[in-house]
Design a protein around this ligand. Structure first.
Ligand code: NAD
Length: 423
């Protein structure tokens, strides 16, 4: 099939390479010429395991090309997949600017009966807004469908090649048939529903995962009052088949490019439809309060942040990505600098720096980041940190293990004062 993907960001590039790998003729389109030039040269402008190899392989086999021209990209497309960003507005509501712009720009080039698929995460009911935008700029018949994306950064290629399920939100039989045919090679359950259900499935999945993270943090906070260990609690509850051992991550709360914005967008939607007491509104608020609450606690453990040297391990929002969107480090480091700390941070892939602050250094190694630290904070479970041999220390050093990766006794024997989460 001839497929065009609009928006070659994280989701767009991965989808483009994977659809191409199933023998489709794929064009990736973006308005960012730097991104497109880099992709044309086989360079992925962010870190994602396995992606660059797949990209180069598909470009060499001529199944995958990139362009900035809407005219070139849309003219022969049978299916146009929109994967542009849908960030949150300051109010928490979704910002549909990029989606609407893409719809306006693709419309004049559509051929008869093209399917325009929204892969970006968007609230239910959005088709009522975008259908007139496209219709006002074309005379041909076109269809709309929803195809939410569930990949995880860090394992995006494997997730896309072997999805848990494909969700197709469409009404017309011809659309359902073509999208089902496109996804047959994925060998995954295909859930075919109304577009509104597909859009709710995406928000519900992320809101539920965010709720699990928030819930276990609430329990971890209670454990700290009574000597229980949250890891023991997780082990004990996990044998209940209704609960399971998977996906319990006590820590600093959820971050990343999706959960915070998707929960906020669903909360904003709940308020819009006057469901003012909906749980997702509370989940978002609890998550926002999480890091300030913990920083307050850690500050009292170390006697205030002023003039303390802090070694941060992990800047990305999770391991195996250099994505720093809504990463804990980006909330913690500015706060520590504001309070007068000297911060040295290291990450195996992510690069970040606050503007103009001589008290901040991005270290080249973990060793450099923790050198002479009064406090070490492990924020991300990169394998490099899990396997790191922390040195013996002579001066009092607080060791904050926000991922519960390390043994308290072992670190205490090396001279550290250990502080985990909920233990
Ligand atoms: P991104 O910011 O990495 O990429 C978006 C791309 O769209 C950018 O390259 C931008 O230049 C391009 N763009 C913007 N306006 C355009 C236009 N009018 N025409 C052509 N290109 C345009 O975003 P992302 O992380 O890939 O997310 C895309 C969507 O997928 C979002 O709705 C997001 O919520 C959803 N999603 C993301 C993930 C994830 O892990 N990143 C997972 C599931 C779903």
């Amino acid at each position: 099939m001839n497929i065009t993907i609009i928006g070659t960001g994280f989701v767009g590039v991965v989808s483009a390479a994977v659809y191409a790998s199933f023998g489709n003729n794929v064009i990736g389109l973006d308005i960012d010429p730097k991104k497109i030039n880099s992709l044309k040269l086989g360079k992925v402008p962010f870190f994602e395991p396995k992606l660059e190899d797949l990209l180069i392989q598909q470009q060499n086999s001529k199944n995958l090309t990139f362009t900035t021209s809407y005219e070139k990209a849309i003219a022969d497309a049978q299916i146009v997949i929109i994967a542009v960003g849908t960030p949150s507005l300051p109010s928490g509501a979704v910002d549909l600017t990029y989606i609407k712009q893409a719809c306006e720009d693709l419309a004049p080039h559509l051929k008869e009966n093209t399917i325009v698929v929204i892969k970006s995460t968007v609230p239910p009911g959005i088709f009522k807004e975008i259908k007139p935008i496209i219709a006002s700029k074309t005379k041909v018949n076109f269809y709309l469908a929803a195809l939410p994306e569930f990949l995880k950064e860090g394992t995006a290629v494997d997730d896309t090649l072997n999805p848990d399920r494909i969700v197709i939100g469409a009404i017309e039989e011809t659309v359902i048939n073509q999208l089902t045919k496109l996804h047959q090679p994925f060998n995954a359950p295909i859930v075919t529903v109304k577009p509104e259900s597909a859009q709710m499935i995406k928000y519900t999945a992320n809101a539920y995962l965010a709720t699990r993270i928030t819930f276990i943090n609430q329990i971890a906070d209670l454990c700290e009052h009574n000597g229980a260990d949250i890891n023991d609690v997780i082990e004990g509850i996990g044998y209940d088949k209704r609960i399971g051992h998977h996906y319990w991550y006590p820590g600093l709360g959820y971050g990343g490019s999706c959960f915070p914005k998707d929960v906020n967008e669903l909360a904003s939607y709940a308020k819009k439809v006057k469901e003012d007491k909906n749980l997702v509104i509370t989940i978002g608020k609890l998550n926002e309060q999480r890091i300030p609450k913990l920083l307050n606690k850690y500050s009292s453990l170390i006697g205030g942040w002023k003039n303390k040297t802090i070694g941060i391990l992990g800047i990305s929002f999770k391991p195996n990505t250099n994505d720093t969107r809504e990463a804990p480090a980006l909330k913690i480091i500015p706060e520590l600098l504001n309070k007068g700390s000297i911060v040295n941070a290291f990450d195996p892939k992510a690069i970040w720096s606050p503007s103009n602050n001589s008290n901040y250094t991005q270290a080249k190694t973990a060793k450099e980041a923790i050198n002479k630290a009064d406090c070490i904070m492990v924020l991300v479970e990169w394998p490099e940190f899990i396997n790191y041999k922390f040195p013996k220390v002579e001066k009092p050093t607080l060791f904050i293990d926000t991922r519960n990766l390390f043994e308290a006794e072992k670190l205490s024997s090396l001279g550290y004062t250990y502080q985990g989460i909920g233990r």
